[in-house]
Ligand binder design. Sequence first.
Ligand SMILES: [Mg+2]
Length: 388
Amino acid sequence: MKITRVTSHVLQYDLPEELGYSQQFYAKRSAHLVEVETDAGITGWGECFGPGNVALANKGIVEKVIQPMILGDDALDRDVIWHKVYNLLRDHGQKGMPLQALSGVDIALWDIAGKVAGLPLHKLIGGAHRRQVQVYGYGMMLKRESVDEHVARFRAEAAEIMDKGFVAAKMKSGLGPKEDVRLCEAVAKGVDGRGKFMVDANHCYTTSDAFYVGRALDDLGAYWFEEPVAPEDLDGYRELRAGLKVNISGGEAEFNRWGWRQILENRGLDIAQPEVCAMGGVSEYLRVLTLCHAHFTPVINHVWGSAIAVAVNLQLLAAMPPLPGGLNPWEPMLEFDTTDNKFRDALLVEPLHIQEEVYENGGFVTIPDRPGLGVEPDRGFIAKYEVD
Ligand SMILES: [Mg+2]
């Protein structure tokens, strides 16, 4: 089954309101879908992490760099293709955009493999360790408003996320350490003991500022403190993990097994958050998952993007072995963005209906069992939002 074409579709629309995290504000939602066609008429879909102009640059890598390397290759040889592309791109980037671009292609090849076998992705990996997975809601983004307005809004949004049935709520931080502690207190009040809450700093703190916020999180009983310091600051991660009670999480900005080996051996993470659409696709995710489990580091996938990204993560979460296992084992969660996202809610011919399931099933969503990723994008929708 030969690969006949690899196409990137970059989608974009103006958000109803600007949203922010500790690094920037953004006014557009974008998604980068990858379509791999074969001479058997079977098409696979994948997604590359990276918004806006990064998506447009990654489209160039997918179509102009990777496509010529793999045209005519057997679409079922996904591991052979992964290593061929990685080895040919090694001299030009072992992390970052080449890996983001490869991720979308690899995910599409796994979708094809599932469709050929007539099996969902979790069956190709080895079966479902769980039929349902619990879902946490993230929201509470930064806006151009005062600290007091942030505090009031974060408390209200945290309560709303719990009202919608999510098992936990995750907030952004980034106004400054003192202001951020006020935001954390507001979210703790909004959640009001109904579930866990987490804080995502998107690596905006120095180690000492991260200790300041982290001590407040210890007192408030937060579940995790995500990307407190820059991903390159391995010493900072290790010191924070040793010095704080709150779980230190991170890894969404790390790539492939060699990058992950380093951050796992550094012992700076309580919870690993690999991003399958960035770090090398399903093929590399499975290797990194094994590496995390070899270090007894639990994994909660980072999820960002369209319904394709959500679908692939649902499959991977189903196939994640319990570690260490037990009658009442530690369980992963699906990350779910509660802000406006048409590319998740309206992209598919048959939508995933996650919000409805979460509300009706006490915070759980059922793993789809259609072949491959189990989803089919609506081409009319793609045409309407595609930019180039
Ligand atoms: Mg994050």
